[in-house]
Ligand binder design. Structure first.
Ligand code: 8OZ
Length: 365
């Protein structure tokens, strides 16, 4: 047992968390193929993990065009809202808190996943050069089309509608997915955004879309129920920028004015190893933020205790460790061994590798 602050309550805006261990968003590709509706198994899966201080759901498309992989859940149809309601009810029944991660993939998609089989939406017609999963296998992402200037307000409005849908589905709030090379990140970076209008060129212009989305979501459900995730130094999904430190200094300083529930940062390359140079840059960026900070990416128990006890972070999000350890909080508290997840069952499939990982108590009973 330990008396670390990691296991103490904290308030993030309107969200009262029982501890500072957060479940990071994890794509699992198990929505019902008919309509991309969260399944009954999803309710079991999230409820099993409800002892986290906060659950952040897998990324969920805000509109059909926002989908980039097979069987990811949406938050745009009535059936999806009803499916998510079962998830939030199950989590709340166990005393947990849960926010929905809102996602538009932009160019990280394939024509076969787009309504009408057309090219995916993006700031500019530049392919990501990455792969996606179309339901049969891994395929190259398609060359996208550049959004028309007059289409952008409709997408911003869709984020606000998705946030309202999330609240209707019983979520405690939302996380705006602005990380990992998806649509918002594509607008931010000069490697993906070659626009010559108000949404391209200068850092201020490239950040315009992000701030319009934040404005709209905050107006829809309140800043105290809105969080955002950034990955300033991650090369995920073919994203690149000539000066990420200048870009994200502007973004993070700009986020200070909202008093959001939290800022959640992927520190370094998403899912990758950590290095000292990148960590130092992340510390520089982190210091620019005045609000609640959730740290993420490859944290061990020792790193998480240190981060929270030193005040470097207010909470730590764990991703992959939550797959095989539904009782991760209890295991961290007891300094118990962690189970290893089976990579073959990360994406797609049913209960195997999803809802069949035992708690330590059950495993040793
Ligand atoms: C893994 C596989 C597919 C999507 C992300 C939503 O990187 C994802 C994702 C992760 O943010």
């Amino acid at each position: 047992m330990t008396s670390s602050k990691l296991f103490t309550p904290v308030r993030f805006g309107a969200l009262e968390l029982a501890n500072r261990v957060v479940m990071a968003p994890l794509t699992r590709n198990r929505a019902e193929p008919d309509g991309n509706v969260p399944s009954a198994l999803a309710a079991t899966y999230y409820a099993q993990r409800a002892s986290a201080g906060l659950l952040i759901t897998e990324a969920s498309q805000i509109m059909p065009e926002g989908q980039g992989y097979a069987w990811t859940p949406g938050i745009h149809s009535d059936a999806q809202i009803a499916g998510w309601k079962k998830v939030t009810d199950a989590v709340h029944a166990k005393g947990g808190k849960i926010v929905l991660q809102m996602w538009h993939v932009g160019r990280v998609s394939h024509t076969s996943l787009q309504p009408g089989g057309v090219a995916p939406q993006a700031p500019s017609a530049i392919a990501a050069g990455s792969k996606t999963f179309d339901g049969t296998g891994f395929v190259d992402t398609s060359v996208p089309r550049a959004l028309e200037l007059d289409e952008i307000p409709g997408i911003v409005a869709q984020y606000a509608q998705a946030a309202k849908n999330a609240r209707a589905a019983g979520f405690d709030g939302v996380e705006i997915h602005a990380a990992n090379g998806y649509l918002i990140d594509q607008f931010l970076r000069d490697g993906a955004n070659k626009r010559t209008d108000a949404y391209g060129g200068s850092i201020e212009n490239r950040a315009r879309f992000l701030f319009e989305v934040v404005d709209a979501v905050v107006a829809a459900i309140g800043a105290d129920r809105t969080g955002i995730r950034l990955s300033p130094l991650s090369p995920s999904n073919g994203i690149s920028d000539s000066d990420p430190m200048a870009l994200f200094s502007h973004v993070i300083k700009g986020l200070n004015r909202y008093n959001l529930a939290f800022l959640h940062m992927v520190e370094g390359a998403t899912g990758g190893a950590r290095d000292a140079e990148t960590d130092a840059k992340m510390v520089t960026l982190r210091k620019l933020y005045n609000g609640n900070y959730i740290a993420n990416n490859g944290y061990t128990r020792a790193m998480a205790l240190e981060a929270v006890d030193s005040g470097a972070a207010d909470a730590v999000a764990f991703g992959r460790p939550f797959i095989a350890n539904p009782d991760l909080v209890a295991r961290l508290k007891a300094d118990a061994p962690l189970a290893e997840g089976n990579r073959a069952t990360y994406y797609g499939g049913g209960a195997e590798g999803y809802t069949d990982y035992p708690t330590l108590e059950d495993a040793t009973a």
